[in-house]
Design a protein around this ligand. Structure first.
Ligand code: ADP
Length: 641
């Protein structure tokens, strides 16, 4: 039996990229193939512990054979192997979901003159990296779940061939037929002992199964009496293990260099940059485990998509159980990568049972606490690094603070930072409160895209006058969130667009404004009438000092929320109340009042102009731009008559 099949289009494109356009860092093919071999052994081991049909074994091994005569490198493992279907699905016809994304990412990077082939593993297409250095790849494999063994072979050109073979041992053997050497590229180096050794040391040292290879060593020659023969040596071939096999998380924290941790992270979690920071801790007592956690410096490309799978790798007594155990980490910390190794879980625990496992639940709570306290420390000790972190993952923390209640919420809300008009760097609620001016009773905020935008808002007049700080909320969820939190310590959150400003004014000032309100009652009423159906009210402003008008919303939903809801539901008719505030001390007020007194018929035109102007300042669209522009023309013409 032998059949030739076509690669799925995206896979073919991916292979083409591997073969024809990547020349830097080709050596990572070794890491990818060793990592696959190690995963395959993990899977075998796990299965042998959880099912009765598979023999348990203790001779796990990844074996390398470089063959200089044939220019081949073979990587053999005695792991789980692949059935006929798996071979097709994993290496052949089925397009891997990551293929297209990887292609896109590589194209983007190439356009920027970069070439981060190292990230390939992140996309689940690492196997294909073999084609960077091979003109042909042959995979021989036997799964314990299948009677028969199969061979997959391909030159990476559109098709691959699958046939049945005689192979009785369980596992997989991958043979790379190295590309021909070119002037720039010597592929023979991958057959050299020193090269293989150094690649294993660099990328795969921590792999927990022995990576073995026959090496030739020159040893001193002994004569019959057991004496060394001076100057003579003999070549001895011995099987050597190339990796140290000690998992890094089991080593003494103080003896590990940051560089080692970073390398480990980059290899294990497919990043091309060291992490932003890491946490390593051992818990002993009620429950026992080691944890090694990393915060990536660049957020995973799919972090905010539903395809993203959060979770930590789970080991028990050094044995790998599962890759992304999501029960170990709450959703709002989904960006954390790392692993946990516990001695309290039984080896043959099933995945379903894991979910209800009490030990796991305790570990998860504990891990969450550790991360929060690490963030608290960071905030105190290295604020700039914390801000860098928050820029990347702050949104997630915000969700965490909003979704949780009680003690957790209090802790999380202290980790939030926001931009503010009085500060160069974002600040926490705590800092805001500490810097409050005498007599200030609330925490003020406004939604906007930049601080500069806020600075020019008419609503800011009164806050500027008092020197009160105002938080600038730049994310859509922020305002909903503050509404949900309601207050911080004893201070309510108040939008400068909604709140009554009475608490900001001196008693006399307030009384003066009340009097004006009384006196101008009819005028205001007339304006309101002129804007019938457009505004809920027209009032004397208590917040404007320099600007003529502003539009504020009532106590219910705010303009920002209206905009967000409008984006979410195209035909949402939920609208914030519009209240037009005018500044009685402004020239414009007096001018329009004059119109009201002398020429009532024109009042509507002025009112419309004012209203539309305030809409624009609030970032709304003018409801009828043509009418508005006609009106402007009419007024301009009138003003020079
Ligand atoms: P990933 O390993 O990230 O899933 P790869 O392209 O490296 O992506 O491998 C694809 C799949 O092929 C693996 O998920 C695994 O199921 C299978 N595979 C690869 N190498 C081996 C191997 N040595 N033994 C068994 N299965 C393997």
């Amino acid at each position: 039996m032998s059949e030739v099949k076509k690669f799925q289009t995206e896979t073919a494109r991916l292979l083409d990229l591997m073969i024809n356009s990547i020349y830097t860092n080709q050596e990572i093919f070794m890491r990818e193939l060793i990592s696959n071999a190690s995963d395959a052994i993990d899977k075998y081991h796990y299965l042998s512990l959880t099912s009765d049909n598979l023999p348990r074994r203790n001779d796990y091994e990844i074996h390398l054979v470089p063959n200089k005569d044939q220019r081949t490198l073979t990587i053999t493992d005695n792991g789980i192997g692949m059935t006929y279907d798996e071979l097709n699905d994993n290496l052949g016809v089925i397009a891997k979901s990551g293929s297209l994304e990887f292609l896109k990412k590589m194209e983007e990077e190439k356009a920027q003159g970069k070439e981060n082939i190292e990230i390939i593993g992140q996309f689940g297409v690492g196997f294909y990296s073999a084609f960077m250095v091979s003109k042909k790849v042959v995979v021989e494999t036997k799964s314990p779940l299948s009677e028969k063994a199969y061979e997959f072979s391909s030159t990476g050109q559109e098709t691959y061939e699958i046939k049945e073979i005689d192979k009785t041992t369980t596992g997989t053997s991958i043979t790379l037929y190295l590309k021909d050497n070119t002037e720039d590229n010597n592929y023979d180096k991958y057959l050299e002992e020193y090269m293989i050794r150094s690649l294993i040391k660099k990328y795969s040292d921590y792999i927990r199964y022995p990576i073995t290879m026959y090496v030739t060593r020159e040893e001193p020659k002994y004569d019959e009496k057991g004496q060394i023969v001076e100057g003579e040596y003999e070549s001895i071939r011995t099987l050597e293990t190339l990796n140290s096999m000690i998992p890094i998380w089991k080593r003494n924290k103080n003896e590990i260099k940051d560089e080692e941790l970073h390398n480990f992270y980059m290899q294990k979690f497919y990043d091309y940059q060291p992490p932003l920071f890491h946490l390593m801790f051992t818990i002993e007592g009620d429950i026992n485990y080691n944890a090694l956690l990393f915060i990536p410096k660049v957020a995973p490309y799919d972090l905010n998509t539903i395809n993203y799978e959060r979770g930590l790798q789970l080991y028990t007594k050094g044995v790998f159980i599962m890759d992304k155990c999501k029960d170990l980490i709450p959703d709002y910390l989904r960006f954390v990568k790392g692993l946990v190794d516990s001695s309290d879980l039984s080896l043959n625990i099933s995945r379903e049972m894991l979910q209800q496992n009490k030990v796991l639940g305790k570990m998860a709570k504990n891990i969450e606490k550790k991360i929060i306290s690490k963030l608290e420390t960071l905030m105190k000790d290295d604020y700039d690094l914390y801000l860098e972190f928050f820029k990347l993952y702050g949104t997630h923390l915000k969700y965490g603070a909003y979704e949780n209640f009680g003690a957790r919420q209090e802790q999380l809300q202290d980790l939030l930072v926001f931009s503010s008009v009085n500060n160069e760097k974002p600040i926490s609620f705590d800092t805001y409160v500490k810097n409050m001016k005498e007599g200030q009773k609330s925490i003020y905020y406004i939604s906007a895209s930049t601080i500069e935008e806020v600075q020019t808002m008419p609503q800011m007049d009164v806050y500027k006058k008092h020197g009160f700080d105002v938080l600038v909320l730049t994310e859509e969820i922020d305002e909903f969130a503050l509404k949900q939190l309601r207050k911080y310590k004893d201070f309510e959150f108040k939008s400068i667009n909604q709140v009554s400003t009475d608490e900001l004014l001196e008693k006399e000032e307030l009384e003066k404004l009340e009097t004006i309100k009384e006196e101008k009652k009819d005028f205001l009423q007339a304006l309101k009438y002129a804007l019938d159906g457009l505004v809920k009210d027209v009032v004397i402003s208590k917040r404007l000092t320099d600007s003529p008008v502003c539009l504020v919303s009532g106590d219910g939903i705010s303009f920002e929320m209206e905009k967000v809801l409008g984006k979410l539901h195209k035909d949402s008719d939920i609208k914030a109340d519009r209240i037009l505030e005018i500044n009685p001390n402004h020239e414009l007020f007096k001018a329009i009042e004059k119109v009201y007194e002398t020429n009532k018929d024109d009042l509507k035109d002025y009112a419309m102009l004012l209203y539309n102007q305030s809409l624009l300042m609030e970032g709304f669209k003018i409801e009828n731009p043509v009418a508005f522009s006609d009106l402007m023309v009419k007024m301009m013409v009138r003003s020079v008559k």
